[in-house]
Design a protein. Structure first.
Length: 427
RNA sequence: GGGGAGAUACCAGAGCGGUCAAAUGGGGCGGACUGUAAAUCCGCUGCUUCGGCUACGAAGGUUCGAAUCCUUCUCUCCCCA
């Protein structure tokens, strides 16, 4: 199965330029996807692009992962309704290093001819002067052409306007493609469907400047079945960095996928082949409550991103949090084991003296810890029956807790709702 | 430089002198049901020592009383030059 067929059956393909598949079928091709360092970690939204590169490499092609040291300084207007704030160079540099490190984990950088490569567009832009740029790049593309792009049109039609800086973004990205085409023989650029306009500016630029031929392919924007944004939870984006999103939370995110979405995601985010996936689907349809798809999905991605050991830990934590194990189970564990079990869960420290003096529940939740942002909210949630201490529902917001709630003389387990656990460490 | 429109809670958006902590919708959070799903239903959605306090771009002013009226300022958008 070739690259395009692979993406097609997985439901990942969005748009493909005519002739692309023929070009790829001729043999090993080089292609790239760009990642802008807007934060110091990638998030699950980037996984589609990462998987695309993985498939590209598995199909025998040579993938380039481009980190946008330069483009990150400009700001991509695609899909943005308002002008973005520029990041400082320090922040950008820090982000760049972090993103590079993450990308390194997913691709094979040592597989001979088609080893992956990492490039940074800052390398070819840092000495590119403004005058050179407007003469060598700007001259080949008309403003009329640039204005016709969706990303630009939307902003001109909207009521927020757009700076010249963001307007030029497509040229900067277009030149990236040209550079990689010229120097690394990259004949295809891939990306999310929102990147189509930018990518095509690149192929157009290559054609006009050097009469060269280059291709484009974009992938589906991942959305949830209900149309809402993919990759968000109560606490924000789901990051690949374990400091930002713990492996346990990461695992939970995937496990909580809806049935409908799971069928789509298992194709996009795992490498299992069609027969395996279809067999699981049949099994899933027969007994949806076993959530076989969600489990397989969560397992595969968690291992790819965080490794086997972290996955095992996430499973153990999950078993305790959602299994039939009672709270007494903690008594059988050592302090280290308890901490390990709760390692993926937010935790707070509380001086023992506070508990000895007796602490009001809303103080405990909102003042001594930041499980709730305010006492008012803690009280409201308690009134709605949404708070538990050691798995026991808190009856009223006036309850006072003392050392009698301690587990192992050291811990208190708090829950906000059913799914959100917090560990309070008392010492 | 000239003219116009506007700035309200997380977002959209009503309110146009008191009854406004501010309609309505969305989002979010919690509950019930369930499979840690979807759909549905219900509750909550500024802070609080529960007496109040701080809020409708900012600062002043008018008034017994202002999100609502006046002045100045800041910012945004649109049109013209």
């Amino acid at each position: 199965m070739n690259f395009v067929e692979e993406l097609t059956w997985r439901g990942m393909l969005h748009t493909i330029m005519p002739g692309t598949e023929e070009m790829l079928n001729k043999g090993m091709a080089s292609g790239y996807i760009g990642f802008d360092p807007t934060a110091d970690s990638l998030h699950v939204g980037h996984l589609t692009q990462i998987m695309t590169l993985i498939h590209f490499q598995r199909a025998g092609h040579k993938p380039f992962a481009l980190v946008g040291g330069a483009t990150g300084m400009v700001g991509d207007p695609s899909g943005k309704s308002a002008e973005r704030n520029l990041l400082s160079e320090d922040v950008l540099q820090h982000n760049l290093e972090a993103v590079k490190a993450q990308l390194t984990r997913f691709l094979d950088f040592d597989s001979g001819m088609n080893s992956a490569e990492m490039v940074n567009n800052y390398d070819w832009f840092k000495n590119f002067t403004f005058l050179d740029f407007i003469r060598d790049v700007g001259k080949h593309i008309t403003v009329n052409y640039m204005m016709a792009k969706d990303s630009v049109k939307k902003r001109l039609e909207g009521d927020t306007g757009m700076s010249f800086t963001e307007f030029t973004y497509q040229l900067v990205q277009g030149y990236d493609f040209y550079y990689l085409w010229k120097h690394h023989n990259c004949t295809i650029q891939m990306g999310g469907s929102d990147q189509w306009g930018n990518i095509v500016t690149g192929t157009e630029f290559i054609r006009r400047k050097d009469a060269g031929e280059a291709f484009a392919l974009t992938t589906q924007l991942i959305k949830k079945a209900d149309g809402t944004k993919f990759g968000k939870t109560e606490s924000g984006a789901v990051w690949l960095d374990s400091e930002r999103t713990s492996p346990y939370q990461f695992y939970q995110f995937w496990l909580n996928t809806t049935d409908l979405d799971a069928k789509a995601y298992i194709r996009i985010f795992t490498l299992y082949d069609r027969a395996v996936i279809e067999a699981w689907e049949a099994e899933h349809d027969a007994a949806p409550h076993t959530r076989i798809l969600q489990k397989a999905l969560a397992k595969d991605i968690t291992i790819r991103v965080h490794g086997e050991a972290q996955y095992e830990k996430a499973i153990k934590s999950t078993d305790f949090m959602f299994g039939s194990v009672g709270i007494e189970f903690l008594n059988e564990l050592s302090n280290e084991e308890v901490l390990e079990l709760f390692s993926g869960v937010p935790n707070f420290n509380l001086p023992l003296a506070d508990l000895q003096a007796g602490v009001n529940i809303s103080d405990l939740l909102a003042v001594k810890t930041s499980i709730f942002p305010s006492k008012g909210e803690a009280k409201k949630t308690i009134a709605g029956g949404g708070v538990s201490i050691n798995r026991e529902k808190v009856a009223t917001a006036d309850d006072v807790y003392s050392t009698s709630v301690l587990i192992n003389n050291k811990f208190v387990v708090a829950q906000k709702g059913k799914k959100n656990y917090f560990l309070i460490i008392v010492e």
